[in-house]
Structure formats: C-alpha cells, structure tokens
Design a binder for this molecule. Structure first.
Ligand code: ATP
Ligand code: MG
Length: 200
C-alpha cells in the first residue's frame, strides 16, 4: 500500500510553513509522496486578491523543485468550478489503486471543519492530520479534536510541533507595505514575486 500526503491550499503564495508541515508529515507517517494541490477558486475567499491558478501553481512548482517526494498536482486548478476536498480525495483514490491518503492541514482547518462539505466522506477517504498554528489555543484545539472524533467516530492526528508564525496573508501585507518577507518562503518563490512584481 502506497502512503501519500495531500496538502491543499490557496498557496497565495506558498511559504515555508507549508513546506515545513509537509516535511514533518512525510517523516512522521513515513509517506512516499506529498502532493501539493493549489485550489482552483476557493468559495470562502475573496477572489480579488487571489492570483491566477497558473501563477500560484508556478510558485508551488518552484518551491517543491528539488525536494524528493514533493510534487505539484494541477487537478483542482484545471477543474471547472469550485473544488471540494471530498471530490479531490475521491479522484486521488481512483488515480492510485492501493493508497492511504494523509490529508495535511493546519489548526484553522480543524476549527472550521463544520463548514466543509461532506466531512464524513473526507474522514472516510483520508487520515486527517492537523498541525498546531500560532493564534490557536491548545485547549480549544484539543476540545475540537475530541468533538470531531466523537461525532464521526474517526481518529484525528494532531501534531503539536514547532509553530511557524507565517501566513500568506501576512506575506501579502508585508509586500504591500514594502516590509521584509524574503525568508518566509523559498528563494525561488521570492525571486518570482520580485521579478513579476506580484502582490504590490
Ligand atoms: P492565507 O493567509 O491566505 O489563508 P495560509 O498561510 O493560511 O494563507 P493556505 O494556502 O490557506 O495558507 O493554507 C494551506 C494549508 O496549510 C492549510 O491547511 C493551512 O492551515 C496550512 N498552513 C498554512 N500555514 C501554516 C503554518 N504556518 N503552520 C501550520 N499550517 C499552516
Ligand atoms: Mg489559510
């Protein structure tokens, strides 16, 4: 059985927090591959400030280049309309025959899980991995973890490791204000942003 990780996100832009949770999950669960899946057109985000799928996936591609086992998947970007996680998991389950998928997320996803479509299918089709993130209270997270586990009768894998206080929102804000942001993301991504003058 092949064990893979799925890291979905807007990646607007991708940053070291994403790469960090991907590498920790890979090591922790002994995963063969981590699939980075940029979202096409997220229903819950204001699209005005989101760069095109092509641009965001170019940056993801640059970020994962050279890391064994990290790959970019354009499935959601190329799909028409909104993408839901349960559909993406169905797709990957069909694509790989004998596979166990670890769905890698940050604390915000656990807290907002009730607003997601078809949570029971997501938990059926994957192992749900949650990384602690700055700004989220540990007790509240553990309470929510227990609540979700009870409700769906499924285990949530919670990892309280090093916390990186990095978000794409903060990076975009820093770029707009001409503040330092270079060391929050891979140098290749930094150079794309500077060259194309993105997020100004
Ligand atoms: P934005 O601020 O635009 O929402 P983001 O930094 O949250 O961007 P996303 O693309 O929304 O990045 O996140 C993709 C996934 O990575 C989500 O599951 C999110 O929780 C997780 N993630 C992002 N940054 C971190 C971080 N610093 N630590 C742990 N998880 C993170
Ligand atoms: Mg986010």
């Amino acid at each position: 059985m092949k064990k893979i990780g799925l890291l979905g996100g807007t990646f607007n832009p991708i940053h070291n927090g994403h790469l960090y949770i991907a590498s920790e999950a890979k090591a922790k669960f002994d995963l063969e591959e981590i699939i980075f899946m940029p979202a096409g057109n997220p229903p819950h985000k204001r699209s005005r400030e989101i760069l095109s799928g092509i641009m965001r996936s170019e940056m993801v591609k640059a970020a994962v280049e050279g890391y064994t086992g990290f790959t970019l998947c354009d499935y959601e970007i190329n799909k028409k309309g909104y993408s839901y996680t349960f559909e993406t998991l169905q797709h990957l389950n069909k694509l790989y025959e004998d596979v166990e998928i670890y769905f890698i997320t940050g604390a915000d996803c656990l807290m907002e899980l009730s607003s997601w479509r078809r949570v029971e299918e997501i938990l059926e089709l994957s192992k749900f991995v949650v990384f602690k993130r700055p700004g989220y209270n540990l007790q509240e997270l553990l309470k929510q973890k227990e609540k979700v586990e009870k409700h769906y009768n499924k285990e949530i894998f919670f990892l309280d490791l090093l916390e990186m206080d990095i978000s794409s929102t903060d990076i975009r804000r820093r770029i707009k204000n001409s503040e330092e942001y270079r060391f929050f993301l891979p140098d290749r991504v930094y150079r794309i942003i500077e060259k194309l003058n993105l997020y100004r």
